[in-house]
Design a protein around this ligand. Structure first.
Ligand code: NAD
Ligand code: TDX
Length: 349
């Protein structure tokens, strides 16, 4: 039985990953190690909390001693590092937290795994560390072309630069120590349990509350959207069969402008929930500083080497996602109470 240490498992992608893995594999143990920042929510994991193969530990990936205790107490085979500060707008206001968690935290975690897994000149067999990174480390594209694994790192925001810095430290642990590891770089995810500071859940929540819908700049920035479960599937496949030391890009060629996303959400809610919700709610606001224009992933490597392909078409995934938020209004109410109101006021009002 393999034991996974999933860091940041109470966040959006991490919690989806834990659900995905328990559905997919019968014989695994998962330890979810999460600091529970504003973005971490144990409600996301209610249905697995009594599973005897699941354990939650509250902890910071910057906490060397606590990580060492976890590795000493449990025989960890795989580490999947989702733990991060993940929101670009917050990084523009508060870069230091991003460097601390995303860079220092990653190195602390890498080191804890290395210390536990090292054996003579090499590593114990069956061990692997996977760094969950992002397409944003490659910077911004013009009208044509895609990011491949060979595209030079050219990050712009404090968030993406902290992720690029972490990637370079992960690379160093392979180049220097030959630690068994992979890096994955995925495009924008969407789906259940995403915190409503990110475009899609924020727009859904605002439509339901008839709040204005803030669109940065001209609304024509392009993101490449992937349904979160397709990302989870890719991580599982890279963990199992990815060649050690390699980077894998993950994306499904679903490029959409931001305004297209917003109009799709308005249209669904107008037709199915409240006909008074319409495009008059759209408000063009000041652009995000350093706003990357276009992201687009070339997923050829993961497709040809590992046989991965996305299963959910954007048109289906977005409807499934809107319906999930409609069916889980309590979840939304819960995460938008307290601190969220202050954040929203500072950002948008
Ligand atoms: P999220 O913000 O929803 O969740 C992050 C989780 O990490 C939270 O549960 C939080 O409590 C935890 N965390 C934060 N700091 C921590 C610390 N110091 N120690 C332990 N836990 C800590 O983020 P997400 O959207 O689920 O993203 C997960 C990972 O995937 C991130 O590394 C992000 O860079 C990457 N990624 C995200 C996307 C996307 O579209 N959301 C796309 C590509 C890659
Ligand atoms: O209110 C908004 N209005 C708006 O126009 C928000 C929140 C966003 N936007 C725009 C900015 C982006 O062009 O929508 C696009 C998507 O924004 P976010 O949801 O903040 O995502 P993005 O900045 O693209 O980053 C996301 O994808 C890559 C995740 O937050 C990162 O963690 C991941 O690495």
């Amino acid at each position: 039985m393999k034991t996974y240490l999933v860091t940041g498992g109470a966040g959006f992608i991490g919690s989806n990953f834990i659900h995905y893995m328990f559905k997919k594999h019968e014989n695994i143990k998962i330890i979810n190690y999460d600091k529970l920042t504003y973005a971490g929510n144990l409600e996301n994991l209610k249905s697995v909390e009594n599973n005897s193969n699941y354990l939650f530990i509250q902890g910071d990936i910057c906490d060397k001693d606590k990580l060492q205790q976890v590795f000493e107490k449990h025989d960890i085979d795989y580490v999947v590092n989702f733990a991060a500060e993940s929101h670009v707008d917050r990084s523009i206001r508060e870069p230091e937290t991003f460097v601390k968690t995303n860079v220092l935290g990653t190195v602390t975690l890498l080191n804890a795994a290395k210390n536990d897994w090292i054996l003579g000149d090499g590593f114990k067999s069956g061990k692997k560390y996977l760094q969950v990174s992002t397409d944003e480390v490659y910077g911004s594209l013009g009208k044509d072309g895609y990011f491949t694994e060979k595209t030079p790192l050219d990050s712009h925001s404090p968030y993406s630069s902290s992720k690029a810095s972490a990637d370079l430290m992960v690379k160093a642990y392979y180049d220097t120590y030959k630690m068994p590891l992979n890096i994955t770089r995925c495009s924008n995810n969407y789906g259940a349990y995403q915190f409503p500071e990110k475009l899609i859940p924020l727009i859904i929540n605002n439509c339901l509350n008839k709040r204005e819908l803030p669109i940065y700049g001209d609304g024509l920035n392009i993101r490449d959207w992937l349904y979160v479960e397709d990302h989870c599937k890719a991580i599982d496949m890279v963990m199992e069969n990815g060649k050690v030391g390699q980077v894998y890009n993950i994306g499904g060629h679903n490029e959409r402008t931001n305004i297209h996303i917003v109009k799709t959400i308005i249209s669904y809610i107008h037709d199915n929930v409240d006909s008074s919700v319409d495009e008059s709610l759209i408000r063009y606001v000041e652009d995000r500083k350093g706003h990357d224009r276009r992201y687009g992933i070339d997923p050829e490597k993961i497709k040809t080497e590992l046989g991965w392909y996305p299963e959910t078409r954007f048109e289906d995934g977005i409807i499934k996602t809107i319906k999930w938020y409609l069916d889980n209004k309590d979840w939304m109410e819960n995460v938008t109470s307290g601190d969220y109101q202050n954040y929203y006021k500072k950002m948008y009002l």
